[in-house]
Ligand binder design. Structure first.
Ligand SMILES: [Zn+2]
Length: 399
């Protein structure tokens, strides 16, 4: 069939001879890959339009996560321009992309390198590199996928002094696990949550390091586990991780908000089942003595909550925690200012509703000042390994 205009229906305005066959393909068909549209412009550059992650009943939207595979012949010079970083945060347009923005690249999906990105006007990210293999994985943060978690859970299950308990299901029906390492009757209990926000893989790598250390059964690990038992919800926002989203759960719910009230089992099952587990722990006389919710941001502070009431014992615990983090790990960022409050976060909710000394611990995903380098998985793993000593001293000093 021929058309009078010479243009096929559906290609309105694009003359057939102007369409160039691209030599680059962008693949997003794998776990944790980010949803995006892409095209190749006349200069042969890849224009990647990221898809926003939207909060339910709120103007907030976020894109921090990108993760995709570039497929092209070895030696090809690839230029990527990524757009749609006009994030809305607490109802306001977020600031421009940081000059410190980084990306990570891997040519074998195992070993990753970090490089600076060039922020372009209009909140766009400019990345240029040469293909060292027929494919290159590009991401905003070194990825930690559900398959990485499954490998860790398998190791925990093989270990004598540890267990994996399914406490419920995510919005999309994925299982939510609590890892326990150590003796349930140890004098102290510690709770950690990671990955409430889907792009923040640093928390998962940190937990990985702590779990490796505690399962190593070396003299230090034995000493730690005489003092405390650790309970971990390692990947709270599994659906977001599976779908390559940035922040919210599958229902557009922020799992680090509204902790001042009981969670809705339909909209936020990830929080609901955690609360149910916590109620059971408290009923069984196993209230955690300390809880940390591990996140990534561009600041890296320990977020000390300041709800109303007498919080002097809590504040001195947090001072001790900060001092021990500085002493035993590469942490140098310090705590949030005394004027800082953190309403609605897990840190403040656990404090106010359950009487647990709790805080949000942010890891800077752009730069580790204490190491003077951009973070990779190995740096967060080393942090996690040293957290064992931090918690040991936290529970033993000043008792
Ligand atoms: Zn976060």
């Amino acid at each position: 069939m021929t058309f009078a205009s010479g243009i096929e229906p559906g290609n309105a305005g694009i003359a057939a001879d102007s369409i160039v066959t691209p030599k680059i393909f962008i693949n997003t068909g794998f776990e944790n890959a980010s949803p995006m549209n892409w095209s190749i412009d006349s200069a042969g550059r890849v224009i990647g339009a990221m898809v926003y992650d939207h909060e339910r009943f709120s103007p907030n939207r976020a894109v921090n996560h990108y993760h995709f595979r570039v497929e092209a012949a070895e030696g090809t010079e690839v230029t990527l321009i990524l757009e749609n970083f006009d994030n809305i945060w607490n109802g306001r347009l977020a600031s421009d992309l940081s000059e410190k923005s980084r990306y990570v690249v891997s040519f074998d999906n195992k070993k990753w390198e970090s490089h600076p990105v060039i922020p372009l006007p209009g909140r766009r990210v400019f990345i240029k590199f040469k293909m060292e293999a027929p494919f290159a994985y590009i991401a905003s943060v070194e990825p930690y996928r559900i398959s990485d978690l499954d490998r860790m859970l398998a190791k925990v299950k093989q270990s004598k002094n540890a267990s994996v308990t399914t406490i419920g299901k995510t919005s999309e029906g994925r299982s939510l696990e609590i890892v326990r390492i150590g003796n349930e009757n140890a004098p102290k209990r510690l709770f950690l949550r990671a990955r409430a926000h889907a792009f923040e893989a640093g928390g998962n790598w940190t937990v990985e390091g702590l779990v490796q250390k505690l399962l190593s059964n070396d003299q230090e690990a034995k000493r730690y586990l005489k003092t405390y038992c650790v309970y971990i919800l390692p990947m709270a926002n599994k659906d977001g991780v599976a779908r390559g989203k940035t922040r919210f759960n599958a229902n557009g719910y922020d799992l680090n908000r509204k902790w001042d009230k009981p969670a809705d089992s339909l909209v936020a099952p990830e929080n609901y089942y955690l609360e149910q587990w916590l109620h059971r722990m408290i009923k069984a006389n196993k209230r955690p003595d300390l809880a940390l919710d591990i996140h990534n941001d561009a600041g890296g502070y320990l977020h000390v909550s300041r709800p109303d009431g007498d919080i002097s014992a809590y504040l001195s615990s947090m001072e001790k925690l900060e001092m021990l983090l500085r002493k035993h790990t590469w942490f140098t960022a310090g705590s949030t200012k005394p004027t800082f409050r953190n309403p609605g976060t897990l840190g403040e909710g656990f404090m106010e509703r359950f009487g647990i000394h709790a805080a949000v611990y942010e890891l800077n995903y752009e730069w580790i000042a204490g190491l003077n380098k951009a973070p990779l998985a190995e740096d967060w793993i080393s942090l996690g390994k040293n957290l064992g000593e931090v918690f040991y001293n936290y529970f033993n000093e000043g008792r």
